[in-house]
Design a binder for this molecule. Structure first.
Ligand code: FE2
Ligand code: FE2
Length: 470
């Protein structure tokens, strides 16, 4: 049973006070976390009252509490899904055997790397979004930004709990490093590429929460299958919070799309930019950029690391239970690879193809979001279709990096790429234009020119609710 301890310095449902050494270690890490938050968390607004939800339990109904809170007073806690004493490994070489409550010695390094890589993305995204509060399109959006930020902070806590509890001294050192790396820093960058890209305006913020947080969903879902039970239980609860981040991204872009269509109809030449909107052609370029950058987060197409993580029972597939077979020793995955400069469709040993399997699920999930955006465009009576680019377009990791491809997946010469890249990806001018629209709108109920209001408020609150106040 999980008992909630919300009155302790670190709220938790892991009975932290029963392990004094661990409690002391985490309480010693807490001031470092808070000073990182002050230094690298949202700029400004630290003394404002923000209408936020705080995780207070892991019950399905009512796990969150909503109220005004000043961000530095947010109760970052440690919450794991309750333990299922009968749980067994769901996949890999140990399928059917009881899951592990301690780190298996032979897989210690691999497990630590998986946890640290996931953990590193959490503070990274807070750093990337640090300045966005200065230009929020509404108080509703400002609040959602801060909600995402404090929860990424909590996700860092969740991962640091695992490092401190199960990895001894090197776990504590990793926890320190997590606060020492900085997104975009040339000396101490964050581990993964997309987490070093600046999120310098709100269009990129919505693309980030749509595409990058969605990568997070798939990575967490794969780790939620883990045979290392504390990791599985941690990730399961993180996914509950993650759903809101994805909502922020998908509906954020949808509201921009809607506004663009409205402005197109108001302008005699159908130009959304004239009315202070972001035109659909520019939106498409940002989709191309963020989607392709996020595809890289899944790693190489053919990967022995992915095979090892699956074989050892540490990282499964997305919704492992929906598959019939869980060992994957004889099976294959049919996928495109590059051979002798040509794209060929080929069977790859399934365990080695697991990055591509997860990426394929991710692409399907992204496509559903794009479909909903296209429905908005259609409902507005505009003839335009947004599209996800090919998985081969603009890749920096894996087999598609050696030759350029168009968004339609057509192989190009370097010259063809050079001649067209600015049509497909945001140019410096696009960045300047989008940034020129970013002016803060802090009056309750008001929206910036380039985005439509949300269809309803947080918790069904009225449109003019003061989500952020002095
Ligand atoms: Fe997260
Ligand atoms: Fe997130």
């Amino acid at each position: 049973m999980s008992t909630i301890m919300n009155d302790e310095r670190i709220p938790n449902n892991v009975n932290l006070s029963s392990d004094k050494r661990l409690q002391r270690a985490l309480e010693a890490w807490q001031p470092s976390f808070l000073s990182w938050w002050q230094q690298m968390g949202p700029m400004g607004f630290q003394t404002h009252d923000i209408f936020l939800r705080t995780a207070v339990s892991v019950e399905n109904d009512g796990w969150a509490h909503f109220d005004y809170v000043k961000m530095p007073d947010y109760r970052w806690g440690i919450f794991l899904e309750p333990k299922d004493p009968n749980r067994v490994h769901g996949f890999g070489d140990f399928e059917g055997q009881p899951v592990w409550d301690e780190v298996p010695g032979e897989f210690r390094n691999m497990l630590r790397r998986l946890i640290v890589t996931q953990a590193d993305t959490e503070p990274a995204s807070v750093e990337q979004q640090r300045l966005l509060g200065q230009t929020a399109p509404s108080l509703y959006d400002l609040r959602n930004l801060f909600q995402v930020n404090v929860e990424e902070g909590r996700h860092l806590w969740a991962m640091v709990y695992l490092l401190h509890t199960y990895f001894g001294r090197d776990g504590r050192e990793e926890a320190e490093e997590l606060l020492a790396r900085r997104s975009g820093d040339s000396d101490k960058p964050r581990i993964l590429g997309a987490f070093n890209e600046p999120t310098s305006h709100w269009l990129s913020f919505f693309m980030f929460t749509m595409f990058t947080d969605r990568d997070g969903k798939f990575q967490l879902a794969a780790l939620a299958e883990s045979g290392f039970d504390p990791l599985a239980r941690t990730c399961r609860f993180m996914l509950t919070e993650e759903a809101h981040h994805l909502f922020v991204g998908e509906t954020g872009v949808q509201r921009i799309v809607k506004r663009s269509c409205e402005l197109m109809k108001q302008d005699p030449n159908g130009d959304a930019r004239k009315g202070g909107g972001i035109d659909l052609v520019t939106l498409q370029k940002y989709i191309n950029f963020w989607f392709s950058v996020c595809l890289d987060l899944f790693g190489g197409e053919v990967s022995s690391n992915a095979a090892d993580a699956f074989a050892s029972g540490l990282k499964g597939r997305f919704k492992e239970e929906k598959y019939a077979e869980h060992k994957l020793v004889e099976s294959h995955f049919a996928m495109d690879v590059l051979e002798g400069g040509k794209v060929v469709h080929k069977d790859i040993a399934m365990r080695n193809a697991l990055n591509e399997v997860l990426r394929t699920e991710y692409i399907k999930d992204c496509a559903r979001g794009v479909e909903r955006w296209n429905k908005t465009i259609k409902d507005e009576g505009i003839d335009f279709e947004l599209k996800l680019p090919s998985n081969k377009f603009h890749r920096q990791i894996g087999i598609w990096t050696s030759v350029p491809f168009s968004p339609d997946g057509e192989m190009l010469t370097p010259e063809q790429w050079e001649a067209n890249a600015s049509k497909w990806l945001p140019s410096t001018d696009d960045e300047i234009f989008v940034k020129s629209l970013m002016h803060p709108v802090y009056e309750p109920g008001k929206m910036a020119s380039w985005i439509a209001p949300p269809s309803k408020g947080i918790n069904n609150l009225p449109g003019d609710f003061e989500y952020v106040r002095k």
